[in-house]
Design a protein around this ligand. Structure first.
Ligand code: SF4
Ligand code: SF4
Length: 357
């Protein structure tokens, strides 16, 4: 059966009322430009924030950070161990007995405005947290169920993007598609619940336009064999990488975290939190017994790059990298995922030409 959808055009003025009624029930997260907050003095930061009107949304600039913190908060309380006296009034008052309590989730239903590549990034996160080895992550699922996605267009690739190479440039996996047009907005809504907020006053909204060609295309290597783990290429990165973790923080599909028990604010117990971390920083892979799997920066980069384009795909059938190029934009040492993929291609081609090497 064909999907029912509602189409509408509305002016900036009409948009104010629509936004107000939408935001009574939904938190709206979208790209927002903050002048003066960028990486260099006098530059702007474009990142995902809660917005207060459609007019505030930055439809045309690339965000330096992704929206992943909506589904994987930077600090997320999982549960607490609290003194029974504090946990439930009237409960037994044995101060040595502690009760584990699941952390509340007070997050409101949320709409996120995303480009096609970032919608693909959410598919990666879904594969990772909802179906990893048959397990579902309770905390991720609890937030994911509250989220709906609004597609925004990306007609041309931004600098450093290579989404077409990863085939993440197009998607029809959205609840609504919204376009900023002359004097207002155009919207197509597939989701019935969201359709109630918009007038059905148009029949001819042009379908979403997507980037069709990368400014720097790259072949995604398919025939990686594990001998690449030992290649000399990674040594160069040990000399260059400063293990700052910027590449992972900006990446929409990096999801490493550490778990810490922290004293509750009322000091009546401890709270277990998961907190963003990074496979690129020192000691992330340090185990009990002082065994560290990846001491050198190049080893950590190898792990990250191959996770993005090789082993995640082997398990989940999709690449973990979506070609957004944010890590290339962010690295202070100009280490580039794109260049790394090119180098891997050269190694594979050289080995195929000289199998005796
Ligand atoms: S290009 Fe970099 S930041 Fe973007 S998905 Fe790939 S690894 Fe992550
Ligand atoms: S951003 Fe660059 S320097 Fe920092 S950890 Fe990543 S690759 Fe290394």
């Amino acid at each position: 059966m064909a999907e029912k959808s509602k189409m509408a055009r509305f002016s900036c003025e009409e948009g104010k009322g629509i936004f107000d009624s939408l935001s009574k029930h939904w938190t709206i997260i979208a790209p927002l430009e903050r002048p003066g907050k960028g990486r260099f003095s006098g530059t702007a930061l474009v990142s995902y924030e809660e917005v207060r009107s459609f007019d505030e949304i930055e439809f045309f600039k690339k965000t330096q950070f992704s929206a992943k913190s909506v589904l994987l908060p930077i600090r997320q309380a999982m549960f607490s161990f609290r003194d029974n006296k504090a946990a439930a009034s009237g409960a037994a008052s044995d101060s040595r007995s502690h009760k584990a309590e699941e952390a509340d989730d007070r997050t409101r239903p949320t709409i996120i405005f995303l480009r096609s590549c970032d919608i693909h990034a959410i598919k990666v996160m879904d594969a990772h947290f909802l179906n990893s080895g048959g397990y579902t992550d309770f905390y991720y699922q609890r937030l994911r169920q509250k989220v709906k996605l609004f597609l925004i267009e990306c007609e041309r690739p931004f600098e450093n993007c290579f989404c077409v190479s990863f085939k993440t440039n197009k998607t029809d996996d959205w609840s609504a598609f919204i376009r900023k047009a002359e004097g207002g907005y155009e919207i197509q809504v597939k989701d019935e619940q969201l359709g109630a907020y918009f007038p059905g006053n148009a029949e001819d909204i042009a379908p979403p336009r997507f980037a069709e060609q990368d400014s720097r295309p790259v072949k995604i290597p398919q025939d990686i064999d594990t001998s690449i783990f030992e290649d000399e290429i990674w040594k160069e990165y040990t000399l260059r990488c400063i293990a700052c973790g910027r590449c992972t923080i900006t990446c929409p599909t990096c999801s490493c975290f550490s778990v810490q028990d922290i004293l509750c604010e009322d000091k009546a117990g401890e709270e277990r939190k998961r907190i963003w971390s990074s496979c690129m920083v020192k000691k992330f892979s340090l185990l009990a017994g002082n065994h560290d799997f990846r001491i050198k920066e190049g080893d950590r980069l190898r792990y990250r790059v191959l996770h993005k384009i090789y082993d995640f795909r082997k398990r989940q059938g999709i690449n973990m990298c979506i070609g957004c190029g944010r890590c290339d934009d962010a690295c202070p040492e100009y280490i580039s995922m794109f260049k790394c993929i090119e180098k891997i291609n050269h190694i594979i081609e050289a080995r195929a030409a000289r199998p005796d090497l």
